[in-house]
Write a protein that binds this ligand. Structure first.
Ligand SMILES: [Mg+2]
Length: 229
């Protein structure tokens, strides 16, 4: 891999900064709000069901999450939920959109090491404005040559990104916390993937199998990529 890599793309949420714990905290608040209708774990299951049903319409991000919470509240309360409760759901979402950026350990140091040697990219899903805000507040913007906020991370989405960057798959390394979205599609295209696990993963992104592939590396932390380059 050493001599091939020219472009390194980073996933953002739970790779550069904390994200999923904020979503889980928001979901917990939502489940508490609705516990008069259903036990909290059932509210959580209902919310996930709504999210999966709407994913193809809303994509990823906080705004779709809020709409899914409202739809779930309406359904499980049999359309009796109060407007006050809807207001509280909206507030949960607005709070999520204003969370401080907490960088993960080793992130600025690693980018500093790679800067100038590789073309560094961010490739993330999520709401456009929210991801732009997070990037701006992260203080990391200046490390990146290009920021790609993607509606999905399927093979075809990465193919478009590589074409846009005029980058061959064999010169491309993607680093991220989701095997499913950050690694598998890139390997399928002939690129390299480095998995940096994070302690919590959204159910939709979970991947159970042990991955073995010549172009795949399992990392303990973001800075361990420096040992492979
Ligand atoms: Mg991620």
């Amino acid at each position: 891999m050493k001599n091939h890599i020219k472009t390194i793309a980073f996933d953002a949420d739970d790779t550069l900064w904390v994200n999923e714990p904020y979503f889980q905290e928001a979901e917990k608040q939502f489940c508490q709000l609705l516990e008069n209708y259903l036990p909290q774990h059932s509210v959580s299951q209902e919310l996930y069901r709504t999210e999966m049903k709407n994913l193809h319409l809303y994509g990823y991000g906080v705004k779709g999450f809020v709409l899914c919470m409202i739809e779930t509240a309406s359904r499980i309360s049999n359309r009796t939920v109060s407007l006050e409760l809807i207001d509280r759901i909206i507030a949960i979402g607005q709070e999520l959109l204003q969370k401080p950026i907490e960088l993960l350990p080793g992130v600025p140091e690693t980018l500093e090491q790679l800067k100038g040697k590789y073309r560094l990219i961010v490739a993330t899903k999520g709401d456009l404005l929210d991801q732009e805000r997070k990037l701006k507040n992260s203080g990391l913007e200046s490390y990146f040559y290009h920021i790609e906020i993607m509606s999905d991370k399927k093979v075809s989405d990465y193919q478009k990104l590589l074409e846009h960057l005029d980058c061959k798959p064999e010169n491309f390394l993607m680093l991220g916390n989701s095997i499913k979205s950050d690694i598998l599609p890139v390997l399928e295209l002939g690129g390299y993937g480095g998995h940096i696990p994070y302690h919590v993963t959204w159910t939709h992104e979970q991947h159970e199998h042990n991955l073995k592939h010549d172009s795949f590396i399992e990392l303990n932390s973001i800075d361990s990529i420096l040992n492979y380059l």
